[in-house]
Design a protein around this ligand. Structure first.
Ligand code: ASP
Length: 329
């Protein structure tokens, strides 16, 4: 749909949607009490399965998103998350993660965390144990140590080898940052309660201390039981520019379907970025009534979707192939 059509339609149809789903302040309930999980990239499949298992064994929705994203953090073959993640330009792995509860709006995040393979566990401890929301770098590490998390090797053999090759090409350690993919997961439990989590090693070869969208509330993730939940992956600097995940949730609050909400947000990114549509940005979302959607500026993005206990990895068509660039007219 053309974006102006959506905006016009939204004014009329959105009002009807809001009235019919109770999104004007009451707690919405999904029609059939189904658990819905959606996550980014094919490696989201294992994450969705772990999230579902956690719920089935009595865990909370927050436990489920945490355990879900831990699967990729533990897998050294995934070079953009946790153990296996590629290091910064100094050869040090710095991890970012965040978790949020869409009912209580409690959240926890760690940025540029060194020495722990599961930054999401530390982010969860920030949510549970700290009066703060975000801890960074040395302070995050000190907090993790105080919480009893043992220091671990985070540079996998594969990542060490990739870094060695990169340094050969860039002996001064100043090549461009590149290559990335975040595991973001949105879950709605059978009560219609939504939680979100994100974990990433960020851009490979990044400047030490660089933080993208993923651990920042409203940028890489956002959930509100009354509207929906969303997570992002892609160029963190571009997603952050528009408060990407918050924007998707706010469009859904106004009555947009998840796909319409994501399209609006991709369009906003294209209009606000000096790179226009030449940006990596992808989102997955669940609306408060259980409807899911995914969207991506470019080709190659996949969503992992679990409904009725069955998980599918689905290719997501590119926004740039489906729409025209209005800025070019
Ligand atoms: N959004 C992440 C970051 O900028 C990377 C990614 O998801 O591709 O750190």
């Amino acid at each position: 749909m053309h974006r102006r059509d959506f905006l016009l339609r939204g004014a009329a149809a959105g009002a009807g949607f809001l009235a019919s789903t109770g999104l004007q302040g009451q707690s919405p309930t999904p029609t059939n009490g189904e658990v819905v999980v959606i996550s980014t990239w094919p490696f989201g499949k294992a994450a969705n399965a772990a999230a579902l298992e956690t719920l089935q064994s009595g865990g909370s929705a927050l436990d489920a998103v945490e355990k879900g994203v831990m699967t990729a953090e533990a897998d050294p073959s995934i070079q953009s998350v946790g153990y296996g993640g590629l290091p910064n330009r100094s050869g040090v792995v710095e991890l970012d993660a965040a978790i949020q509860d869409g009912r209580t709006f409690e959240s926890g995040a760690v940025c540029s965390l060194q020495g722990y393979r599961h930054p999401i566990k530390v982010a969860r401890a920030v949510l549970d144990q700290s009066p703060h929301l975000v801890l960074v770098g040395a302070g995050a590490r000190e907090f993790a140590t105080d919480q009893g998390f043992p220091i671990e090797e985070t540079l996998s053999e594969g990542a060490r080898e990739a870094y060695r090759k990169w340094r050969k090409k860039h002996p001064d350690g100043k090549g461009p940052a590149s290559g990335h993919d975040t595991l973001g997961l949105v879950l709605m439990n059978s009560d219609g309660h939504i939680c979100v989590a994100c974990t990433t090693s960020g851009l490979a070869w990044k400047h030490p201390g660089r933080v993208g969208d993923s651990p920042l509330l409203g940028h890489g993730l956002y959930a509100d039981d009354e509207a929906g939940g969303c997570v992002a992956t892609g160029d963190g600097e571009e997603i952050t520019r528009v408060c990407g995940s918050f924007l998707v949730v706010e469009w859904m609050r106004k009555g947009a379907t998840p796909e319409e909400a994501i399209d609006e947000t991709l369009d906003r990114i294209a209009r606000r970025s000096p790179r226009g549509r030449d940006v990596h940005a992808s989102f997955v979302a669940i609306r408060a009534d259980g409807m899911t959607g995914a969207g991506s500026m470019r080709k190659g993005f996949h969503q992992a979707l679990t409904r009725n206990g069955k998980t599918e990895v689905l290719s997501v068509p590119a926004f740039v192939d489906r729409t025209t660039d209005e800025n070019k007219r």
